[in-house]
Design a protein around this ligand. Sequence first.
Ligand code: ATP
Ligand code: PAF
Ligand code: BAL
Length: 351
Amino acid sequence: MLSTLRSCALRRVSYKPASLHKQSTSYITRPTIISPGTRGYSTKMQTYHAVSTYRAWRHSLPPTSTVGVVPTMGALHAGHISLARAAASENTHVVVTIFLNPAQFSPTEDLASYPKTLEKDLEKLEELNASLPDDVPGRVSAVFVPTVAEMYPAGIPLVRDQQVGTFVEVIPLSAKLEGGTRPHFFRGVATVCTKLFNITCPNRVYFGQKDVQQTVIIRRLLFDLVFDIELRVIPTEREKDGLAMSSRNVYLKGRRREVAIVIYKALKAVEEMYENGESRASVLLEKAREVVRNAGSEVKLDYVSLNEPQLLEDVEVVEKGKGVILSAAMWVLPREEGEGTVRLIDNLVLS
Ligand SMILES: Nc1ncnc2c1ncn2[C@@H]1O[C@H](COP(=O)(O)OP(=O)(O)OP(=O)(O)O)[C@@H](O)[C@H]1O
Ligand SMILES: CC(C)(CO)[C@@H](O)C(=O)[O-]
Ligand code: BAL
């Protein structure tokens, strides 16, 4: 274990400390393209289920290789693929992790019904590999699909008081916004990401802006735990009508899919108001509430909020050039017997 970790830490020639605040205005990073040709060996995509076999592969890579890791919970869609594509554009190897992490679900959430489509996921990653032009340096070389026992050897009951072992919390960021409704959530995310980073040894990790608070928390985690890993935040992929792609969208059929777009419309209405000169948060947020209210009783707003991007503190006035996060969560309520409530999140950056 120790020697593995040491070789992981030693793979870099120079150490560059992470900066917590470096992306305050330009929030989304555009990947820089590096030249191809450093792979120089087979990049056939392999699936690993065990930490030991993954590590054996990871440590077999030449020291010149770079690894971009894309953590996911599976049920891959074009949003996930855009993360993997970004990783391929600036690393010699892309590793996609697929792990439905129990620790981020409460006992009343949808862990049991969460879509599981591993075979299709692997096909989509193979398709991505086949579609990448020759001058892109990386391909998806490995897919890490661990078992729950592999990730949580001591078990992982969903009831927090019953959990034993080591957990990671990013305080107080994890209690804000999503943390208000899902108090267990970011402890589960921070814990599993810490484990995944230790296992996969990435040079860079790729997260979607769709889960914007998650990106703020991961940035803080990388900084506080002194991980030698760069964070990339990739723009949100949307359906034609603007709905943010999400694995949970499969729950939305017919009329529920139609009304789901209200969350995006509410955010766009705020953005338009801001662009027309309104900067008071109270007025902007009320606009979003009004749009959701007017959509009827099938949807219910959980929160809408304007926050600065480092500590997620509420802003009262949106100042130009500061990159303020406008985020919202909304429930789409059941219409028919057997349907569950679907919770959607979305955000825009007002800059
Ligand atoms: N539409 C999207 N555009 C870009 N990235 C996305 C999009 N949706 C998800 N991601 C990113 O993919 C990564 C894995 O997310 P995850 O597997 O939870 O998918 P998801 O679609 O967000 O699922 P869920 O429906 O559970 O929220 C995260 O970094 C997430 O932000
Ligand atoms: C980062 C993550 C894969 C951790 O389980 C999850 O929260 C997600 O898919 O966004
Ligand atoms: N992308 C967020 C994962 C979750 O809601 O559990």
